[in-house]
Design a protein around this ligand. Structure first.
Ligand SMILES: Cc1cc2nc3c(=O)[nH]c(=O)nc-3n(C[C@H](O)[C@H](O)[C@H](O)COP(=O)(O)O)c2cc1C
Length: 414
């Protein structure tokens, strides 16, 4: 019987344990978590979502405070078009986060950064370009493009000296999205180094509509693998979404995937950035507690716990401090929903906004409990403590369980 450790992910001549811990913004996949994956010979991700805030927390910078001070005058104005990110500061924050992580890296594995296109930051092209090139400057091993089709993203870093040596890949949820990406980038003569195929059971935003349940990861992986073979493209395919045990992973590796990307099992790791309270909520969740809704202003469905504090919260849009989802014209679906409720309920002190949420503020405060579909099984991966709470795990324990387990077994902590 095979186990994950019988396989290796190959990039050129180098080989890695075929386990990639997926990017989880905002700072849920911390540097500490990513570094553990690299130390153990796999691939870890940090995320550049809300990078200024992450830098403030990690390095005591004051980017958010300064931005809030600068745009304080606009707080009661529903027009957010004047709120801009200082590109120099975005670069500095990225370099701090990436640079410190790469300096701390030990072991044979790699650390990548997850770059979401939907993080439009009121100047989509310019800010994305700065985020990616600053990460390359700071020595990141690779970039995983996510939450968008990224048709222009390779072009935005094509002039960077590391464009051809860093590992660059993209997350897709269909063979069509991959075909489009390849077609749009053909003139650059640079293929992605890996393709993550993310199915409908993943955490975070889904690359599907509300009909997500009709899709199946194994089928999409098979379509992508067949397509790449037909095109004679030797690009590793990395399967993601709902892979809970080492045996689940082996079935994808035997089916032709080169590695797996996993995340949900690591949400309850000591090294994961979620609060201890949120980690206990993840452990406690039953299958009925996990829902997919459309409250994210990005327009993508998102999976989360039903008890997520962000649901229904009618806080004032936090764009003067954050503004990461502003679309380039100062728009965000939450601002529209919030303004509608203000008009409808002029006398109410505490508003409820049910259809959208201020994702920046709630992600920043770890109050949007996004999770994968297998979250309800996390309780079976640990033991209960005397006070009734669940024991958090080390990232190493979870990583090695994926790497060595057989027979769909999950090793409990000792
Ligand atoms: C808490 C959480 C946050 C996530 N945030 C992101 C993100 O910011 N960007 C992204 O591309 N994917 C995100 N994902 C998706 C993961 O990177 C990964 O591809 C997926 O969850 C793997 O499936 P699994 O969770 O069933 O193992 C997130 C997943 C979780 C569980």
């Amino acid at each position: 019987m095979k186990r994950v450790d019988d396989f290796r992910l190959k990039f050129g001549k180098k080989e890695y344990v075929p386990i990639m811990i997926g990017g989880m913004g905002v700072d849920i996949s911390t540097a500490e978590l990513a570094l553990e994956a690299a130390r153990l010979g796999g691939i870890g991700h940090i995320s550049d979502a809300m990078i200024s805030d992450v830098s403030d927390r990690r390095f005591d910078t004051s980017f958010v405070k300064e931005k809030t001070r600068l745009y304080k005058y606009n707080i009661d104005n529903s027009d957010k078009s004047s709120i801009k990110f200082d590109l120099g500061e975005v670069a500095e924050a990225t370099k701090r986060h990436v640079g410190a992580t790469m300096t701390a890296k030990k072991g044979e594995g790699l650390v990548f950064v997850n770059c979401m296109e939907k993080l439009t930051m009121n100047a989509p092209r310019e800010t994305l370009q700065v985020r990616m090139t600053a990460a390359l400057d700071a020595g990141i091993d690779g970039i995983t493009l996510s939450a968008g089709l990224h048709l222009g993203s390779f072009g935005l870093m094509a002039d960077h000296p590391r464009f051809r040596d860093a590992k660059l890949g993209i997350i897709v949820s269909s063979v069509r999205a991959l075909q489009l990406f390849l077609r749009k980038n053909a003139r650059l003569n640079r293929y992605p180094d890996f393709v993550v195929v993310e199915g409908p059971l993943a955490g975070g935003h889904l690359g599907f509509g509300m009909d997500w349940a009709q899709y199946d990861l194994a089928t999409i992986c098979a379509e992508v693998i067949t397509f790449l073979k037909t095109e004679q493209l030797d690009i590793p395919v990395i399967a993601a979404g709902g892979i809970f045990t080492g045996s689940d992973a082996v079935s994808f590796l035997e089916g032709g995937s080169a590695a797996v990307q996993v995340a949900t099992r690591f949400t309850v790791a000591n090294e994961c950035g979620l609060t201890d309270k949120a980690k206990q909520e993840y452990f406690k969740a039953s299958e009925e507690d996990i829902i997919v809704n459309t409250i994210s202003p990005t327009g993508y469905p998102m999976r989360m716990l039903k008890s997520t504090p962000a649901i229904g919260s009618g806080i004032r849009p936090g764009c003067e401090s954050y503004g990461y989802l502003l679309d380039g014209n100062g728009g965000c679906a939450y601002i529209t929903a919030y303004n509608r409720e203000v008009l409808l309920n002029p006398d109410l002190k505490t508003l409820k906004v049910m259809d959208k949420t201020c994702l920046c503020t709630h992600m920043r405060n770890y109050n949007c409990w996004t999770c994968g579909s297998t979250t309800y099984r996390l309780k079976d991966t640990t033991t209960r403590l005397a006070d009734g709470s669940y024991q958090q795990l080390s990232a190493e324990h979870i990583f090695k369980d994926y790497q060595y387990s057989v027979d769909n077994k999950v090793a409990l902590p000792t």
